[in-house]
Write a protein that binds this ligand. Structure first.
Ligand code: MIC
Ligand code: SF4
Length: 663
């Protein structure tokens, strides 16, 4: 026990003499897990827990995480570094968002958390630049936390409650993942981008291809990718449903950290020569072409060439996937001296103040402005529907990571996910453009030797925050807490949905709703609004209900609101073909049962409005007995499954993690 990663990136063991250190053949993922393992065995499929070194929150999930931290009675965070970012709810069209920012800021001062002020940038971009460290674990209340895998971190997304527990020094529980080796060979051709690498992988593996897996990149091609390029790839690994994605930490990583004035944070970390993997995929970087994910799923990928010169209405450049200095320098070079086409609205949101400042200092921003781009603040912005919704049935090209139906704020908007190169050329031409077919290739952006470093928008917490008064505005309402699991549950099916339901379906975001992330009763009116507007009212009236879903239920965001709001509305269980990782954990944490069909075909044996009963469910959970449900409407008896670890069974029986931790 007591394994750690030493300065050379090897696993060392405390209490064993240096010379006798065991040295076992491992891949990067296994090394990172081994060095942080608290409980469990590293056998894929088994529950393990790991120590968390760093945490991050963003404001849309952060308020809930800090309310939960307070409810757990934690005075001061026990991590090496915890950072709270404000990047999602930066539109201040009323008092709500500003109130939430104030709440988070004062909470940070009280509990020892660094506070990244609004304007400083998108959490994942800033964390990569200023705080992430190879060899460390990072847990974030945002599904794109795996961005940190770009510098060799084990970086995972989770619900706010799990992040609150980690801030209090508690371990993070997860299923030991399988490790997929993605062998990169060759080198990207000019105008083909890191975005095309991850889009290709999504095309190959699909939005559920990564569930229960870590995607680990190896091979000669790795060396040809800069840290921001690697981060684009690990960021969008979230769309594969993967637990996380990781690159080795090498000389490229060292150069990045050095340029960020943090060379001392570097350790090398690579897979041992004969390391084993559960699966292998090979991608020849030299053979890739510019790609686009078509509406409404990140895995609906086609080549830009085959889509042809489609007329477009909007282009949005930014988001935590593609808003680095290098990305925006490429965009500026393409836009220089040109004008955005008459039929196109182009918006650009730099990922961080560092990026924005550097573009301003070197004149690239002037080129962007001169071309007619609408420059937005450094924040998530249009990616989460905070403004820039496209026109009716509008076609929008975005360098973002998600194109779920309705997420842009325009119900019939058609969103295509593309690289910065495709986005910039298309904005000028007014139609979808394959950049490899353009004559202009004068884009050769090098990583700067030194980034512009100015952390003045990060507030360091006082050593003793005990006298700080936490300021709570009227937008902050208490969050719902479940009752312990009853002996049996009888209720009606109030919603039946299909495959790949996203958390954006369950609990939409956007500028009208997002400001109410701290107000579950208000939010509840919009639950499943995209699928069935009558659901909230019917669920409230019924008092308790079941939801039936298809496969990969709950993919996408880490927002625990997609569990807390159903909890508030009385949903007792979701019966689905399969679940996405973070959402399943959030359901368990809320005490909502995540049940799966033993035989997927039984999905057809339950209809909307059927009355179902889970007899003796408490005993089944406590004693790990087979679970079945009775369909009183049809008389059917349907076998279900709910594989829970011992700890998860206790959480579910207690009615959620908060009840469980409070004892
Ligand atoms: C997203 O991209 O969907 C978000 C908004 O960043 C979410 C978090 C949230 O819903 O607040 C995520 O990815 O986890
Ligand atoms: Fe923000 Fe979009 Fe990234 Fe989510 S995916 S963190 S909304 S930029």
């Amino acid at each position: 026990m007591g394994a750690f990663l030493d300065k050379t990136g090897r696993i060392g063991y405390n209490g064993i003499q240096r010379d006798f250190r065991r040295y076992i053949i491992m891949n990067v993922t296994q090394k990172l897990i081994k060095a942080h393992l608290v409980t469990g065995e590293m056998i894929p499929g088994q529950e393990i827990s790991v120590k968390i070194d760093q945490t991050l929150t963003q404001d849309a999930t952060g308020t809930m995480a800090y309310l939960q931290l307070e409810a757990m009675g934690i005075d001061k965070v026990r991590t090496e570094r915890s950072v709270a970012y404000v990047d999602h709810n930066t539109l201040q069209s009323g008092f709500e968002n500003a109130d939430d920012h104030m709440y988070i800021q004062t909470c940070c001062a009280k509990h020892g958390i660094y506070f990244s002020r609004p304007g400083n940038g998108i959490c994942h971009q800033v964390h990569l630049e200023r705080f992430g460290k190879p060899g460390k674990t990072l847990l974030g209340s945002d599904s794109h936390t795996p961005t940190g895998g770009g510098i060799g971190m084990l970086a995972m997304g989770a619900g706010g409650l799990d992040v609150a527990v980690a801030m209090g020094g508690g371990a993070f529980y997860l299923v030991m993942p399988k490790v997929v080796k993605v062998e990169l060979t060759g080198r990207l051709r000019p105008m083909v981008s890191a975005k095309d690498v991850i889009l290709r992988l999504l095309q190959m593996l699909s939005v559920k291809g990564g569930v229960g897996k870590v995607i680990e990149y190896t091979g000669e091609g790795v060396k040809t990718l800069s840290v921001p390029e690697r981060a684009t790839i690990t960021n969008m690994g979230a769309e594969l449903g993967a637990t996380t994605s990781v690159f080795p930490s090498d000389e490229v990583t060292r150069a990045f950290l050095k340029a960020q004035g943090r060379e001392e944070d570097y350790i090398p970390l690579e897979a041992d020569a004969d390391a084993e993997y559960d699966e292998t995929v090979t991608i020849d970087l030299s053979s890739l072409q510019p790609l686009a994910a078509c509406p409404h799923s990140p895995d609906n990928v086609k080549t830009v060439a085959e889509l042809g010169k489609m007329k477009i209405d909007q282009v949005c450049i930014g988001s935590c996937t593609n808003s680095s200095y290098a990305d925006l320098m490429k965009v500026a070079a393409i836009l220089k001296g040109k004008t955005v086409a008459d039929n196109v609205s182009l918006s650009i949101a730099p990922g961080s103040k560092q990026v924005f400042n550097m573009l301003a200092a070197n004149g690239a921003l002037a080129d962007i402005i001169a071309a007619g781009a609408r420059v937005l603040e450094c924040a998530c912005g249009p990616c989460i529907g905070m403004g820039q919704s496209p026109n009716s049935a509008g076609i929008s090209l975005r360098t973002f990571n998600r194109n779920f139906e309705g997420r842009s704020g325009t119900a019939d908007g058609k969103i295509y996910l593309v690289s910065p190169e495709v986005a910039a050329f298309s904005a000028i031409n007014g139609y979808l453009t394959d950049p490899t077919s353009e004559a202009f290739t004068g884009v050769d952006v090098r990583m700067p030797e030194k980034f512009l470093i100015n952390d003045n928008m990060v507030i360091v917490p006082p050593a003793d925050g005990s006298s700080v008064q936490v300021r709570r505005g009227p937008n902050i309402k208490p969050f719902p807490v479940n009752d312990p699991l009853p002996e049996s549950i009888r209720a009606d099916v109030l919603l039946k949905v299909g495959d790949n339901i996203t958390t954006d379906h369950i609990m939409p975001a956007g500028s009208k709703i997002l400001p109410y992330r701290s107000n579950i009763p208000y939010l509840s009116q919009f639950c499943f609004g995209v699928c069935d507007k009558t659901f909230p009212e019917r669920a409230k009236a019924a008092g308790k209900s079941f939801i039936v879903g298809g496969s990969n239920y709950g993919q996408g965001s880490s927002r625990e609101h997609a569990a807390l709001v159903p909890l508030y509305l009385g949903v007792k269980a979701v019966i689905a073909k399969s679940f996405a990782r973070i959402h399943r954990a959030n359901l368990i944490n809320s005490g909502i049962l995540p049940l799966t069909f033993k035989n997927e075909a039984d999905y057809d044996r339950i209809s909307l409005s059927d009355t179902l009963e889970l007899p003796d469910i408490l005993r089944c959970v406590n004693e790990n007995r087979p679970i079945f449900i009775i369909n009183h409407t049809t008389g059917d008896r349907i076998e279900l499954e709910m594989p829970l670890s011992e700890r998860q069974a206790k959480i579910v029986a207690a009615g959620g993690l908060l009840n469980f931790t409070r004892g």
